[in-house]
Design a protein around this ligand. Structure first.
Ligand SMILES: [Zn+2]
Length: 357
């Protein structure tokens, strides 16, 4: 990937075993590349794990053309196909035709463009990755603020819509934790059975391998559930920000949530699952915000420090946080929203803000 980046940014990259035409795209007008960077002692092994950037030629619905005329990746939006020239076989007229993915059409409709593509191996299969880019100026926030506090999946991702320093709505959303819990226990039970079979010498039996597969499918199902939820929520929240022309404020300090789960004495395996794909969520949220021009910033928002007086909060039944000093009381997921209001609207600033732990 690093090499791909270098090549795309105009640096010389000397990649062995690539068809000449492809090489020319990498080097552009560069003639004598013998003295350039040479990577790897085993060129083929290295090449297999490298992604090669290729220029693209785009023909849009109205017939306009953009891009390089000598491009090997040809995106034809009139007939909804992508043609790969010579890439899969080193013959000048060799063409592979692929259907145009729906998302590419959507991104282009939104004003994006696919200036380059990357080709490489994904799960040992040839893979063409199209890179959509869009230059967009963030809008001026309307006065609404959308606060997003990233928790663990157990308590979900909390979001709140704030207008003129007041919380309009707030919610915590996440996947079905009951289902995750069920799948987790089924997976652990099956692994235990496999362990038993192994100890009595049946570790390689048909039965053991079948149960092992069942356990594995449950682990990957849990992973998929949290991943899909991460994408779904990132999409939903960016759309919400767009609707209200809100400033997006994100707190991605997940350490606090991890601590909370540890205090509940959950097994490490469960904690790991409940924290999985949260980084992906934040990354997707940021990527979508950039794409759609949603102004955003990261802020540290506390859930265990009183937003009124700065005193430490104690948790009571029902995940309610209480301040022993000033009597402040709010659901745990709502405390960060109060902090966002203070930080952005400067309310209740009569005390010194605590330093980050
Ligand atoms: Zn207080």
């Amino acid at each position: 990937m690093a090499l791909t980046n270098l090549a795309y940014r105009g640096f010389e990259v000397w990649a062995p075993d690539i068809p000449k035409t492809v090489q020319h795209q990498l080097y552009g007008s560069f003639k004598n590349f013998k003295g350039s960077l040479v990577f790897g002692t085993k060129p083929k092994g290295w090449f297999a794990s490298t992604w090669v950037p290729l220029k693209t030629l785009r023909i849009y619905g109205d017939g306009t053309r953009r891009g390089a005329t000598d491009a090997l990746v040809f995106l034809d939006f009139r007939s909804s196909v992508i043609r790969l020239r010579q890439v899969c076989k080193n013959e000048p007229r060799y063409v592979v035709e692929l259907p145009m993915p729906k998302w590419v059409v959507e991104r282009v409709r939104e004003g994006g463009d696919v200036k380059f593509a990357m080709i490489g191996l994904k799960d040992d299969e040839p893979y063409l990755a199209l890179v959509a880019e869009r230059e967009v100026e963030p809008y001026m926030p309307s006065g609404y603020i959308l606060v997003v506090d990233v928790n663990s999946w157990k308590y979900g991702i909390a979001w709140g819509l704030v207008r003129s320093g007041r919380l309009v709505t707030w919610r915590a959303e996440g996947p079905n934790t009951f289902l995750i819990n069920t799948l987790y226990h089924q997976a652990v039970d099956r692994e235990r059975v496999v362990g038993k079979l192994k100890r009595v010498g049946y570790g390689d039996s048909m039965k053991a391998s079948r149960i092992r597969k069942q356990a594995k499918s449950r682990w990957s199902r849990i992973y998929r559930i949290t991943r899909d939820k991460a994408y779904f929520l990132a999409n939903k929240l960016v759309r919400k920000a767009l609707k209200y022309k809100a400033l997006l404020v994100i707190d991605n300090m997940t350490e606090e949530s991890r601590k909370e789960l540890l205090e509940e004495k959950l097994p490490p395996g469960v904690i790991k699952l409940l924290m999985s794909n949260l980084k992906r969520f934040v990354h997707q949220l940021e990527t979508l915000a950039q794409w759609y021009g949603v102004p955003y910033r990261f802020e540290r928002l506390y859930s265990t420090i009183c937003p009124k007086c700065g005193h430490e909060l104690t948790q009571v039944e029902g995940r309610v946080m209480v301040c022993g000093n000033c009597g402040f009381r709010a659901p745990r997921d709502m405390v960060p929203m109060h902090w966002a209001i203070i930080k952005l609207f400067g309310k209740n600033t009569c005390f010194k803000q605590p330093k980050s732990p």
